[in-house]
Every structure is written in C-alpha cells, then in structure tokens.
Ligand binder design. Structure first.
Ligand code: KG4
Ligand code: ZN
Length: 336
C-alpha cells in the first residue's frame, strides 16, 4: 500500500494541536499549544476564551506541524479533525479550519471522535497493537470501559454515571487549594501522603456493573474538609490527596481487570489524561501482571489532548472508507 500522510487537528478543549502522521502510526510532528496558563487564573476552562485562543493559534500550529514534519501541504493525503465531544466553539475552530484545508488541497476530510482519538494513542505507542483489546478511557470529560472489536468498532462495557475521573481530580484539587488542572498536582502531592489515612468510600455500584460514579467520593472529600474546618483541625493535604486517589485507583483498576476477564481479552490499554497518573499505572501494572494480562499505556504526551492521536484515528477511518462530508457539524456531546 502506498504511504499515507494524515494531518490531524485537535481543538476540543484547551489545547490547540496539529500533527502529521505517516501511515497512522509514525508521528512526524505533534505540535501542542496549551492554554492552561490562561485558564488557570479562572480555576478551569472558560469556553469563550478557549475558542478565541484557538482562532489565534490554529494557523501557526498547523504551519509548524507541517514544517516540523519536513513536508509541504501538497504532500498531505487526508485532513482529520476532532468534531466532538468537546466545547462547541472550540471544536468549530479546528473543524472549520480542517474542512477549509481539505477543500483547498482537494483532499478527503475525516471527522474524528475525540474519545476514539484517546484510544488510538495506544496504536502510536505500541506498533504491534491490533484490536481486539479492552480499553479504560479516563479523561477530564469521560470515563469509559470499552471493548475495541476492530478499528472504529467499540462495545461499551461501562461509563461514568456522573463525574468523569479527571473531573473528580480537578474538583478535589480545587477544594484542597491546588491549581488547575488538578490531576497532575494531586498525583504529585499524593506521593508525600498516606493513602490509607482517610477512609473515603469506594463506589462499585451493582456487583456486576462496569459503570462508575465519582460524585459521591467528591462529596465525601468535601464533607471531610468541612468537618475538619468546623473543628478547627488543619488537614494534611497530602493525606487527603493520597486517600482520594487510592479510592479512584482501586475502583478503576478493579473494574478494568474484571472487564478484561469478562471479555476474555488478553490486553488492557489505558487512555486519556488520567492515564498519565502514576498511581493508576502502578496499580494496573501490578494487577495485570498477577492475572497475566498485557498492560499498555501511551507516554504522557499522548495521554493528554494532542493531534497525533486524532491523525491516527482519522487514518483508520480513512482506510476503512469512512470519509466525512464537508457539511459535518461539531457535536459537543458526541458518544463513542
Ligand atoms: O484527556 P484530557 O487531556 O482532556 C479531556 O479530554 O478531558 O484529560 C484532562 C484531564 C484533567 O482532568 C487532568 O486533571 C487529568 O486529565 N490528568 C491527570 C493527570 N494528568 C492529567 N489526572 C490524574 N493524574 C495525572 N497525572
Ligand atoms: Zn481528551
């Protein structure tokens, strides 16, 4: 088969990113321009600010990605962009830019589901990985346990019924006075704390359920902090971070391993921003080695939002004949 160069564009939240990927898995460039420093001041992403910052950055980021890849626009075979889920204004920037580029280059355009993008980061990191496998997707907006039957084919085993795992990290981080995004900060602080210091609840739901719920845990942490404040007791923030994280990690890893066994699959992949979490990686590593399950995860730069994963997912859509119309709209609540 002839070589295929995919230009990927990602603007679903607060990262403006563009990447050039060869044959779906070889990253020639992956430029990520983060807006975190701007949103930090507000304690979270401000949608309108995000859209405007994407407009300012997107052209330069794309140009840089093409230059860094050592190619020209004329060499691009497919243009892929995230069309959901995400913030509508933010999505529209990358989506419209990608469509305009595809039109002017006279090349196919492929709309990519952001969650599928996260799964696909594993294809880039592990060249031999092929479906089927089980995947735990944990990000700021999503928590899913899926069985990947084929490229772009998913069986949903479970999902969160309320907060996403990353959302819980960010909210708890805010409550204990850490900055935004909270996940990496809790991860770091938790290393200095005792994970068994506070007995926060583990929410498993029904016995055979693969669904998740993190809002009760978040409330338990907030209640604990309030109680301590009322009693004038200073909390040990590292212990709170470590104990909260332990609850999240135990539940995520128990359900993920049970899902692998349920599907009789041999491999578990981790995806999404929370996949960068060191405690989650360690616990899954431990549990999977006990059960002789192959455990794979992407490097941190491919866990959080980036366009290389979008280019990879777009490539598989393209070679499987799924090309999008130029009338494709942004879908903020797109499902996997
Ligand atoms: O995948 P992502 O970049 O964006 C979404 O699609 O949502 O995920 C961002 C989320 C944030 O909630 C952030 O706090 C969390 O991933 N995160 C982490 C870590 N790094 C990022 N959570 C826990 N531990 C980390 N090391
Ligand atoms: Zn994401």
């Amino acid at each position: 088969m002839q070589d295929i160069l995919t230009l990927g564009i990602e603007t679903s939240c607060d990262e403006t990113s563009a990447a050039v990927v060869l044959n779906g898995r070889e990253v020639l460039s992956n430029v990520i321009s983060s807006q975190i420093d701007i949103h930090k001041k507000f304690g979270g992403v401000v949608p309108e600010v995000a859209s405007r910052k994407h407009v300012e950055a997107v052209s330069n980021v794309i140009q840089e990605a093409v230059d860094k890849a050592g190619v020209g626009f004329k060499d691009i075979d497919v243009v892929a962009a995230t069309y959901g889920p995400g913030l509508v204004g933010a999505l529209l920037v990358g989506l419209s830019t990608a469509k305009g580029l595809a039109l002017s280059l006279n090349k196919p355009f492929v709309g990519v589901n952001h969650i599928e993008g996260h799964v696909s980061a594993n294809y880039i990191a592990h060249k031999g990985l092929k479906p089927p496998f089980t995947c735990l997707i944990v990000s700021g907006g999503h928590t899913h346990l899926v069985y990947v039957k084929g490229y772009g084919e998913y069986e949903i085993l479970g999902r969160t019924r309320d907060d996403a795992a990353g959302e819980a990290y960010d909210k708890v981080a805010r409550a204990i006075g850490l900055g935004y995004p909270g996940g990496p900060l809790i991860d770091k602080l938790a290393r200095k704390g005792n994970r068994y210091a506070i007995d926060f609840p583990r929410v498993y739901l029904e016995e055979d359920s693969f669904d998740f719920s993190f809002s009760g845990l978040k409330s338990a942490v907030l209640n604990y902090l309030n109680k301590m404040k009322m009693q004038g007791i200073e909390v040990n923030r590292a212990d709170v971070a470590a104990s909260f994280q332990q609850s999240v990690v135990e539940v995520l890893s128990e359900k993920a391993v049970r899902a692998v066994k349920y599907k009789n699959s041999k491999t578990l992949c981790l995806a999404g921003g929370v996949a960068a979490n060191t405690a989650l990686r360690e616990e899954l590593e431990r549990k999977c080695s006990m059960e002789e399950i192959e455990f794979l995860y992407p490097p941190v730069v491919l866990c959080t939002d980036n366009a290389a994963m979008i280019a990879c997912a777009g490539y598989y859509e393209y070679i499987n004949g799924r090309i999008s119309k130029l009338s494709l709209n942004a879908i903020p609540s797109l499902k996997i």
